[in-house]
Design a protein around this ligand. Sequence first.
Ligand SMILES: *Cc1c(COP(=O)(O)O)cnc(C)c1O
Length: 468
Amino acid sequence: MQYISTRGGIDPLSFTDAVMMGLGVDGGLLLPCEIPGIDSETFAAWQSLSYPELAFQVMSRFIDDIPVPDLQNLIRQSYAGFDTDQVTPLIHFGNVHILELFHGPTLAFKDVALQFLGNLFEYLLDKNDAVMNILGATSGDTGSAAIYGVRGKARINIFILHPYKRVSEVQEKQMTTVLDANVFNLAIQGSFDDGQAIVKEIFNDIPFKEAYHLGAINSINWARVLAQVVYYVKAAAELCSQGYAGPIDYSIPTGNFGDIFAGYIAKRLLPGGTIRHLVLATNSNDILSRFVNQGDYSLSEVVQTSSPSMDIQAASNFERYLYYLMNGDALRTKTLMVDFLKTGQLDLRDQLDHIQQDFLSTTVSEEATLKTIRCFKQAHDYTLDPHTAVGVHAALEHRTEGVPMVCLATAHPAKFEKAVAKATGARPIRPKVLEDIENKAARCNIMAAETEAIKTYVKAHARGAIVS
Ligand SMILES: *Cc1c(COP(=O)(O)O)cnc(C)c1O
C-alpha cells in the first residue's frame, strides 16, 4: 500500500515512511492511495478472532512493508498491557452499546493508538539504528498517553510540556509519576497555547529539528488513525456474531476528528451497509456540528467545558475527510485549506448531501452533558465520563428503533472526578492505577514559558544529538 498527501505534493510513500514523516512535508496529511474493502465472507471469518488477531487482519490491509511475524508481535505487545483480554469490551444496555476504550494504562482511548505507535516507532528506529526525541505540548490527556506509549524505550526520549498547575491533579500526576529516565515533564509557567506555540516554533527551526531528531506524536499520524479503525470493526464483528445482520450506528465524542475519521475508514472497509451513520457529537465547541448540519466550517472562540479533550476549534484531521469530500482532488483540497488558514472559514453548503450521507451531528451543552451522566447512572447504574456522556446524549437523539447504537466511551469516569461528582453527587470509584496517585513520587521541571529555555533543555537531554 502506497501513501499520498491530501495536498498532492509528495511522491507515493511506503507505510513506514508515512509513519516516520507524520505530517506531510507539503503541509498536507497522509492517506492510503486507496481504501481497501472486504467482502461478507471475510467479515464473517473475522467474527471469531481475538482483538490482536483482528487488529492484524485490519492493519495488514494497509501495511505491506513490515514482515508478518513482526507486525503480529508489535500488535500483541501493544495490547498486552490492557487490563482485559477483550481490549475494548462492548457493554450492552438494550439497543445502546457502550464500547469501552479506556482499558489501557492511562484510562483514555488514546492509549489504543499510542501504545501501538510507541512500539512501532521503536521497531522502525531499531531497524535503521536511529533515535528520536519526541516533543509535544498537552492540555492534559494526550501527554500521559504519549508518555506511557514510549516510557522505557531505548531509542526514544520524550519531552512533554504542560501548563503548570493548569491541568487537574490526576492528569498532572499521571504524567509526572512516570520515572523512567527517557521521560521529561516540563511544566511551563504559562497556558496550553503558550506550550503549543513554543513547540511549533521549535519544529519550525529545521536545522534544530534535524540535529536533534525531533519527532511528533500528535493525532495527524496515520498509524494512530489506523489503530483506531480496529475497534469499530471489533464492535461490528461482535454484534454480527450475535446474529445481527446490520446496519449499525456509532456515536463519537469528537474534538480533532481523529477518532471519527477512523470510523469513516471502517465504514468504507466493511461490506456496504454494515456501518450506517456516524454520529458526530461535540460539546459547546461546535465547529464540526455546524459543518455537518449547515456546511459551515468556521472558527469561533474555544470555550472551556467539562469535556476538556474536546475543547478544540480547528480539527487537525478534518483535512483528511475534506480530501474525500473533494473526490480526491488534491489541488482543490489544498486551495480550500489555504483559504481556511487565511480566513478561518469554509463554505461547504454545496456538499451538504454528501456530508450527511456519512455523518449526523448534535451539539451537547454542559447542562445536557451532566444530566446525561446523572440519568444514565440512575437508569443503568453505570457511570459515564463527561466526554462519553456527550456522545451518549447525541446518540439518544439520533437513535432509530431496531438499529444498534454503539457509543464510544473515550475515558474512564475517574479521570474526571469533579464533573462526575457534580452530576451524580458521588465521586466515581478509582481503578487501581489511580489509587493514591497524589502521594506517589513524581519528577517534573518547572520552566519559564520561553522557547530558548526549552531548546536549551532539549539540547542538554536529547538522545543522539549531532552537534556541529
Ligand atoms: C482526545 C479525546 C477525544 C476526542 O478525540 P478526537 O480524535 O480528537 O476527535 C474524546 N474524548 C477523550 C477522552 C479524548 O481524550
